[in-house]
Design a protein around this ligand. Structure first.
Ligand SMILES: Cc1ncc(COP(=O)(O)O)c(C=O)c1O
Length: 275
């Protein structure tokens, strides 16, 4: 049988770009703000409102968002982070970038999301966080995972429009990371953001963010209490989380080699293609 070949590439999830987006980009280029300017602040504010989140930090990719979130939680060498066994490599790579060890939990047969029962079996004293993925926009079992009392960094790369038990993804986990890559449901070419329930974690992320000039070490005033730590706001000195978390003593240190761009592209996100 003679093979037929298309004259053009079959487009995978073409972005919805109208004159409005083109005008906005032109306006930004004319404004002189090529990096973090008023448009970034607007994106953060609008994402915060849309996601019903407490705090939003815009970064260069979801990979950067995930990495910064773990850094902000103080994840480092000797620590373990439990994550799903079906995801894009970036989810596990960022754990390695922190010097920690990814521990892969099997997934549920029905949703292909991380199985809380498998997570339970893998938790040890070394476990410092859980990184579930909302595969194809379908939220992981966030309540069941939160019940373990460990910090949750939710990989919501595919899930900017998802709800979990009536709540918006982005307003539930301790930190939630979104991708704004070209094939995602909110597409900016490259980009990402992280939402946070904790002002001090957002602040640490902002300090470590590659778009800021300094890659300094930061420390939050986490208080160790018999192995359990309560997050406190360094900015206001107030208690920001009523939930005690098994956080490590913070040693958030950034290096310029990490958290910059993503080397990851998702072949997935099919159920996210709402546009
Ligand atoms: C589940 C998941 N996590 C993280 C990422 C990384 O996103 P980004 O390309 O914005 O770094 C992707 C990318 O597609 C992904 O599918």
């Amino acid at each position: 049988m003679e093979a037929t070949r298309r004259g053009t590439f079959l487009s995978f999830q073409p972005p919805a770009i109208t004159e409005e987006e083109i005008d906005a980009v032109s306006e930004t280029l004319r404004s002189g703000w090529l990096t973090t300017g008023p448009r970034t602040a607007e994106l953060e504010a609008r994402m915060r409102d849309y996601l019903e989140a407490k705090h939003v930090l815009a970064v260069s990719s979801c990979t950067a968002a995930l990495h910064l979130s773990l850094v902000a939680l103080g994840v480092g060498p000797g620590d373990e982070v439990i994550t799903t066994s079906i995801t894009w490599p970036a989810t596990a790579n960022v754990i390695v970038h922190c010097g920690a060890t990814p521990v892969f939990a099997d997934v549920r047969d029905d949703t292909l999301n991380i199985d809380p029962e498998r997570v339970r079996e893998l938790i040890t004293e070394k476990t410092k966080a859980i990184v579930p993925v909302d595969l194809y926009g379908q939220p992981a079992d966030l309540d069941e995972l939160a019940a373990f009392g460990l910090p949750i960094v939710e990989d919501a790369a595919h899930a900017a429009e998802s709800r979990y038990r009536g709540r918006k993804v982005g307003a539930i986990a301790d930190l939630t990371c979104f991708s704004l890559y070209a094939t995602k449901n909110i597409a900016a070419g490259e980009g990402g953001c992280t939402t946070s329930r904790f002002p001090d974690t957002r602040r640490t992320s902002a300090t470590c963010c590659p778009r800021s000039r300094s890659y300094s070490s930061t420390r939050s005033r986490s208080t160790r209490r018999s192995g359990r730590v309560t997050l406190r706001s360094t900015a206001r000195g107030s208690l920001t989380s009523t939930a005690s978390k098994r956080l490590p003593a913070t040693r958030a240190t950034c290096t310029p080699t990490t958290s910059t761009s993503c080397a990851s592209r998702s072949p997935t996100a099919t159920r996210c293609s709402a546009r």
